[in-house]
Design a binder for this molecule. Structure first.
Ligand SMILES: NC(=O)c1ccc[n+]([C@@H]2O[C@H](COP(=O)([O-])OP(=O)(O)OC[C@H]3O[C@@H](n4cnc5c(N)ncnc54)[C@H](OP(=O)(O)O)[C@@H]3O)[C@@H](O)[C@H]2O)c1
Length: 324
């Protein structure tokens, strides 16, 4: 990879966008094109077009999105579908019109039907109904995949464009959101175990039975996978994808129960009290594992073990905690 590409990272201040930037810097890239949300609202089509006309990026990582948990998705479904569809459509079309040859779109594992066979392979897309709580968000993400595929189909050969999509599993790590009500499971548990440790609380109660299985991937692994997929040789990429089934799952392949996860986080944080479960609360899906076989066949595997990743994340949390 050379540093001569003009690389635009949409969402460079977000958890994934900032990890992609760190990864590219490690690879020797020193210059990036970036805009904060307040400098460029990506839902504004005219502003996005003008930005691309002026900056003329050569590669785009599309890591900007309106994201949130179940509560936010349920409360603001119109914002989730509208803003995400606009961001994707504006960027992908402006990229094409301004001669961007390579683009990587980030989706999510919620694109798969709620009753998908486990582990969920890329083929499960559009085979059945989605989970209702985040259906609007998932539809927008599916539209992002189909935008990439449709531009490739119509303009791939004539204009030499190559737009790809990756679907991450649950991510955690540096830059995560530790908001008490609106965080994902790992940052939420780190925060609760830390509070329990400093308050000498005898126990921590976790919602649900602790029995559901979940898969996690450190965000630095995710960033490494993004850069890997972006730069994969086209002939190799084409051998393992289909024109209308081109997206690639990105997971660690390791699943563990919420009880096992909580026990591990307690150990990393140094909490010595009891972990209790409130089984009267809902568990959600019992298993949610991505089949990352396609990516593995393309030559990429996750490198960061959950235990090491959690230790790094706890250090990041402590910095956030000190400043909050
Ligand atoms: N984190 C995960 O566990 C996870 C799992 C699967 C998939 N993903 C996917 O990975 C991608 C990145 O997620 P993330 O966790 O990095 O999210 P994030 O931390 O919330 O970052 C998203 C970024 O997009 C920016 N953004 C949102 N709306 C914008 C707009 N209208 N104009 C300009 N910028 C805008 C945000 O800026 P502001 O904050 O200023 O609005 C933020 O910097 C998303 O597509 C998400 O679906 C994430």
């Amino acid at each position: 990879m050379t540093s001569t590409h003009r690389i635009y990272i949409a969402g460079h201040n977000g958890m994934v966008g900032s990890a992609i930037m760190r990864r590219l810097k490690q690879n020797g890239i020193t210059e990036f094109i970036t805009r904060t949300h307040s400098e460029l609202d990506l839902t504004n089509q005219a502003a996005v077009r003008t930005f691309f006309e002026i900056e003329k990026p050569e590669q785009v990582y599309l890591a900007a999105a309106k994201v949130g948990g179940i509560h936010a998705n349920n409360t603001y479904p119109a914002e989730f579908i509208y803003q995400n569809m606009m961001i994707e459509a504006n960027i992908i079309d402006a990229a094409f019109k301004n001669n961007v040859k390579k683009l990587l779109f980030l989706g999510s594992s919620c694109i798969y039907p709620k009753s998908s066979p486990q582990p969920m392979s890329e083929e499960a897309l559009l085979t059945s109904v989605l989970e209702s709580t985040n259906e609007p968000y998932a539809i927008a993400k599916i539209a992002g995949i189909k935008l990439c595929e449709s531009y490739n189909r119509q303009y791939g050969i004539s204009y030499g464009i190559d737009y790809r999509s990756v679907m991450p599993t649950n991510l955690y790590g540096q830059g995560d959101n530790y908001h008490p009500e609106n965080s994902h499971v790992i940052p939420g548990l780190i925060s609760r175990f830390h509070e329990a440790k400093i308050n000498n609380s005898p126990n921590v109660t976790i919602w649900g039975s602790g029995r559901p299985y979940r898969e996690f991937l450190h965000v630095d692994d995710m960033a490494a996978a993004c850069v890997y997929v972006m730069n994969l040789d086209k002939a190799l990429y084409d051998t393992h994808t289909e024109t209308m089934l081109s997206h690639i799952n990105v997971g660690s392949g390791q699943e563990l129960t919420i009880l096992e996860l909580a026990t591990l986080i307690g150990k990393v944080v140094g909490y010595n009290g009891q972990i209790e479960f409130d089984s009267s609360q809902p568990d959600g899906t019992m298993r949610k594992l991505l089949d990352s076989g396609r990516l593995n066949k393309l030559g990429w595997q996750a490198q960061i073990s959950l235990e090491n990743g959690l230790a790094l994340t706890y250090q990041d949390f402590l910095k956030y905690y000190k400043n909050s």
